[in-house]
Design a protein around this ligand. Structure first.
Ligand SMILES: [Cu+2]
Length: 183
């Protein structure tokens, strides 16, 4: 009989680390979940199908301005190219895709014909001085710190709602937006 006593004790000792390990791994899971959420909130990105849109942003405009720029990075994680066909937003009558280039030594902006191709497995950055979005016929001035919604439509991936964060007027220090858009 006496040799039965150590058994439950030994069992209890061996069993003891299990519950705390489970607690630890649960705590780790919660921590990992929290960490997984944080970059998404900071990165401010949107997804539709194989397409990811990172950090759509615009710039505050001076009173009376009729146009505002729109910028973001599009990533195509798919194995086929896709095309950004159109953009719409309540903030303006129209939103156009523009391309900047140099023609006969003069910087020009022109609408991108037939949509903007996003190569398979590639990315395209819309940024000041390059491809960009132009909100034309502004219904109101975007104010620094606010967000406004817009819908991007892709040929294959379909439509996705995004939010443009409005940054300061001097953001990036580029004044390309003031050039060819006084209509
Ligand atoms: Cu433009």
């Amino acid at each position: 009989m006496s040799n039965l006593l150590p058994k439950p004790q030994a069992f209890a000792l061996r069993g003891a680390p299990l519950p705390s390990l489970q607690r630890l791994s649960l705590a780790l899971c919660v921590l990992l979940l929290l960490l997984a959420c944080i970059p998404a909130a900071i990165a401010h990105e949107f997804k539709v199908g194989d397409i990811e849109i990172e950090h759509p942003w615009s710039r505050a405009t001076p009173p009376g301005a009729k146009v505002a720029g729109g910028y973001f990075t599009v990533i195509n994680k798919g194995s086929a190219p896709d095309r950004l066909l159109s953009i719409s937003s309540d903030i303006s009558d129209k939103a156009e895709l523009h391309e900047m280039g140099v023609k006969d030594g003069v910087m020009t902006m022109r609408p991108v014909e037939g949509g903007l191709e996003i190569p398979a497995g590639g990315k395209v950055a819309l940024k000041p001085g390059a491809y960009h979005l132009m909100f034309t016929g502004l219904k109101r001035q975007p104010k620094q710190g606010e967000k406004f919604p817009a819908t991007l439509t892709f040929e294959k991936a379909g439509s996705v709602k995004v939010e443009f964060v409005v940054e300061g007027m001097g953001e990036t220090g580029s004044d390309d937006m003031d050039m060819d858009h006084a209509e």
